[in-house]
Design a protein around this ligand. Structure first.
Ligand SMILES: NC(=O)c1ccc[n+]([C@@H]2O[C@H](COP(=O)([O-])OP(=O)(O)OC[C@H]3O[C@@H](n4cnc5c(N)ncnc54)[C@H](OP(=O)(O)O)[C@@H]3O)[C@@H](O)[C@H]2O)c1
Length: 296
């Protein structure tokens, strides 16, 4: 495994395992499998509703806690200073750990300033080893790095894959010393990602799969990764990317695939902001959510 040193000196594995959309019942098994094949970084979130099961795997895996790197994300509904602090206490309990390696603000909506201030304080108390943001487009990220912020975010986790490469966003992050991290490195397979002819042709040269070419391309660009699979064979395949190097001409070929657009949605689209707001309202009406989320 290769590691990157974040702007506060904390070391983070370049390649991590994400648990978005993994049902509760499957999460512990998937995380244990991922750890078994060599993953040490696990990416979860309050809004994935599987922090407890990630915590069960942390306890059962037999790997010393300090060798694991656990990320969670604060959900919009837990923004604001006090609610954010309380929600992290909940996350610590669910994850069954006395510190979290990295906590990100999940989305750039609602009172993320108050929430970030809470993360800064928890960081200073030692309950969080690094803090950051997610889905902050260049204007929001610049804002987070300026205006007398005490702590510059260590990470900005955004969608990055061959069809949405985030070249300009990465430059802007580097300017402030913020490490870029990719979510949906495979674009969840959308737009025929695994069948892409360019990626297949490049993979054949190195006897590697499309997934491996994508992960290697990200690593060579200095992008930290969270990738997901529920299949142990694919987890094994996905971690087997440290024994080859793409040539500069292959890197250039992949660069040409960039559409500059999200495969999912644009966080700056007002309709999407409304959609997030309606999701928050809907979830508050759900009994299971209220039980899970003690703040409501
Ligand atoms: N911050 C955010 O807003 C945000 C948003 C989305 C995701 N994330 C994080 O990023 C992580 C990764 O993103 P993601 O889960 O959305 O998508 P992803 O990793 O791009 O794609 C996952 C999909 O690819 C398949 N897959 C994985 N490895 C494969 C392989 N070697 N060959 C063929 N298919 C393969 C998986 O299938 P199987 O599972 O069936 O194997 C799954 O359908 C998430 O789990 C989460 O931790 C963060």
């Amino acid at each position: 495994m290769e590691y990157v040193t974040l702007n506060n000196g904390v070391k983070m594995p370049m390649l991590g395992f994400g648990v978005y959309q993994i049902p509760k019942e499957e999460t512990k098994r998937c995380v244990l499998d991922a750890i078994k094949v060599g993953f040490r970084a696990i990416d979860t979130a309050q809004s994935y509703f599987n922090e407890s099961e990630v915590g069960d795997a942390i306890v059962e895996c037999g790997i010393p806690r300090e060798e694991l790197f656990i990320t969670t994300k604060v959900w919009i509904d837990n923004y604001g200073y006090e609610k954010c602090k309380k929600s992290i206490e909940e996350s610590l309990k669910k994850l069954k750990t006395d510190y979290i390696d990295l906590v990100l603000l999940h989305q750039p909506f609602s009172d993320y300033y108050g929430a970030y201030k809470a993360l800064e304080d928890l960081y200073q108390e030692g309950k969080i080893k690094a803090i950051g943001v997610s889905n902050f487009y260049p204007d929001r990220l610049s804002d987070m790095c300026l205006f007398e912020r005490k702590i510059i975010p260590a990470i900005n986790q955004v969608e990055v894959n061959p069809l949405n490469q985030q070249i300009m966003a990465q430059k802007n992050m580097e300017k402030f010393g913020v490490q870029i991290e990719a979510w949906a490195p495979f674009g969840e397979g959308k737009s025929g990602m695994f069948e892409n002819e360019t990626l297949k042709r490049i993979g054949e040269k190195y006897h590697k799969s499309v997934a491996q070419v994508i992960l290697r391309w990200l690593i060579q660009r200095g992008v930290v990764i969270a990738c997901k699979s529920t299949h142990i064979e694919r987890m094994q395949e996905n971690i087997d990317v440290f024994d080859f190097e793409l040539s500069s001409s292959d890197m250039e070929e992949i660069k040409k695939l960039d559409s500059g657009d999200s495969l999912f949605f644009n966080h700056q689209d007002p309709a999407m902001v409304e959609w997030f707001d309606s999701m928050v309202v809907q979830r508050r009406k759900n009994d299971d959510y209220r039980k899970e989320n003690k703040n409501w």
